[in-house]
Write a protein of this length. Structure first.
Length: 77
């Protein structure tokens, strides 16, 4: 479960990013944020499990196939 303090940190970061964008448009904020968070999350999970994909998938709560697809997306295979 995420703490309220952590949620506030993420919220401030997104607000800061949007403020820095000024007049520029963001086409897909969800994908942008997800990409910025997902790669480091995958790197940490893989390092924590000694690059064991089955254990990393379990840790992340996704199937091994989903993990492999995400690793492939970021060139991590």
């Amino acid at each position: 479960k995420e703490s309220s303090a952590a949620s506030d940190v993420y919220k401030r970061q997104v607000q800061n990013y949007l403020g820095a964008m000024e007049e520029q448009t963001v086409d897909d904020l969800y994908e942008l944020v997800l990409t910025q968070v997902e790669r480091p999350l995958l790197e940490c999970a893989m390092r924590h499990t000694g690059d064991n994909q089955s254990r990393a998938a379990e840790l992340l709560g996704v199937s091994r196939g989903t993990l492999r697809a995400r690793l492939k997306k970021y060139g991590m295979l």
